[in-house]
Design a protein around this ligand. Structure first.
Ligand code: UGA
Length: 420
């Protein structure tokens, strides 16, 4: 069944969702307030870097258009998927002002529509759909959720850089909803997907998303702590992770020790969950430690660096990798950020290279030097912060290399690894 779908927000979640649903045969309208982004999408050019997105947009050009006109897009579609950002406030709690405006717009249009399904894909804390979103929609439209319009909470589990594969071949699809008509529409939307579709309440769907991200972040901080001890004991943590990973109850995934986790999701979601728990009078002490371990982890690289160069003042230190992980230009909460701050404090001359993320990093650190890989390697020492594939091809012979991401080929240098 081909559907007409509008999507609010063209960040990597919104655009990937749109492109993948178009690939599935649906007609998609992507809405964004940014005219430049809209123009690019209409030319078949993604405004963000995401593997495979370019091809998918071009291939499905007929089935996906972008506009700034939210009103018409919602009116002319059967379903609206909300993929607007939910950034953190200073205290770690989430800022719902973007999604509030989005739902107000939808509420106004619901007044004029017989039936419409609203899908919440933005990451929102448990209780948000029931206590915040539905009341806005009902108040503005004067209609009743589950009777006059449908609503579903459908969290995304898309990794940046692998988002298209994750969308088209998911491990599971979670749909929180409470009326049969919406449930059937959502099941139809995902009918060609070969994975379990789990129907839950709204609040459960919201919590599944947070608990999943928090658990994955916990796995990484866990292996990093074990890794720090392994380092002291002369053990290669990757041997330990491989050995553990054969146990299906544990699994090898997300046990790569290194400089820690960053990105637009784990840091924000873990902190928001901690803040939400506080509101209920509960303390998430494990997660508090997960964050603390992650804050300290990148600085281990500086400790190792100082073992090689005791006085860093005036030394040229190269950074390979600024993105929070490979295959993205996203630098949000990248582990390179605390490392660069520390290196500037230590009065070193920082020279940095990243295949995709230099422009974004320049906005944060305009004064450090941005160079080609060769120049970066020509420093007094090099720190590796992202596991880009191209870093495997460099010639590290004779260079002091401190590796936070396990680039085997760098072992040809005067090499030290963070947890191995
Ligand atoms: C994460 C989740 O993996 C997705 O399932 C989720 O949908 C998404 O957040 C979200 O909430 O939107 P993402 O932030 O794109 O996806 O990145 P990951 O691939 O999960 O990596 C996060 C960080 O952990 C990166 O900095 C990465 O370098 C680090 N990491 C990952 C490790 O240090 N070790 C590992 O073994 C795996």
């Amino acid at each position: 069944m081909v559907m007409k779908i509008s999507i609010l927000g063209t960040g990597y979640v919104g655009l990937v969702t749109g492109a993948c649903l178009a690939e599935q045969g649906h007609n998609v309208v992507c809405v964004d307030i940014d005219q430049k982004k809209v123009e690019l999408i209409n030319k078949g050019v993604p405004p963000i870097y995401e593997i495979g997105l370019n091809e998918l947009l071009k291939k499905n050009k007929e089935k996906i258009i972008a506009t700034t006109d939210a009103k018409s897009a919602i009116k002319d579609s059967e379903m609206t998927i909300i993929c607007l950002g939910t950034p953190s406030k200073k205290d770690g709690s989430i800022n719902l002002s973007f999604i509030k405006r989005g739902f107000e717009k939808i509420g106004n249009i619901l007044k004029q529509k017989k039936w419409h399904v609203v899908v919440v894909k933005s990451t929102v804390l448990p209780g948000t759909t029931k206590d915040f979103i539905i009341p806005i929609l009902e108040k503005i439209s004067g209609k009743k959720a589950g009777i006059d319009f449908g609503i579903a909470m459908n969290p995304e589990f898309l990794r940046e850089g692998k988002a298209i594969k994750d969308f088209l071949k998911p491990d599971r699809i979670i749909i929180g909803t409470y009326d049969d008509k919406t449930k059937k529409t959502m099941q139809k939307l995902y009918q060609d997907f070969n994975c379990p579709i789990i129907i839950t309440g709204f609040t459960e769907a919201e919590m599944i998303k947070y608990a999943s991200n928090a658990f994955l972040a916990t796995k990484i901080s866990f292996i990093n702590e074990i890794g720090n001890v392994c380092k002291k004991l002369g053990i290669d943590t990757y041997d330990v992770a491989n050995g553990m990973g054969y146990d299906k109850r544990i699994s090898r995934a997300f046990l790569n020790s290194g400089a820690g986790w960053g990105g637009s999701c784990f840091p924000k979601d873990v902190k928001a969950l901690i803040a939400k728990a506080k509101e209920t009078g509960e303390k998430l002490s494990i997660l508090e430690e997960v964050v603390r371990v992650n804050d300290l982890q990148p600085l281990k690289l500086i400790e190792l660096l100082k073992k090689n160069i005791s006085n860093l003042e005036g030394k040229e230190i190269g950074i390979l990798g600024l993105a929070f992980k490979k295959d993205t230009d996203d630098i949000r909460e990248s582990r390179a950020i605390p490392v660069v701050i520390k290196l500037i404090e230590e009065k070193t001359l920082v020279k940095a290279y990243d295949p995709k993320a230099m422009d974004n990093f320049k906005k944060l650190f305009p004064k450090i030097k941005y160079c080609n890989p060769k120049d970066v390697l020509n420093s007094d020492a090099v720190l590796i912060l992202t596991n880009w594939d191209e870093f495997k091809k460099y010639n590290y012979t004779g260079k002091i290399v401190i590796d936070g991401r396990r680039i085997e080929e760098a072992k040809k240098g005067i090499y030290d690894g963070i947890c191995w």
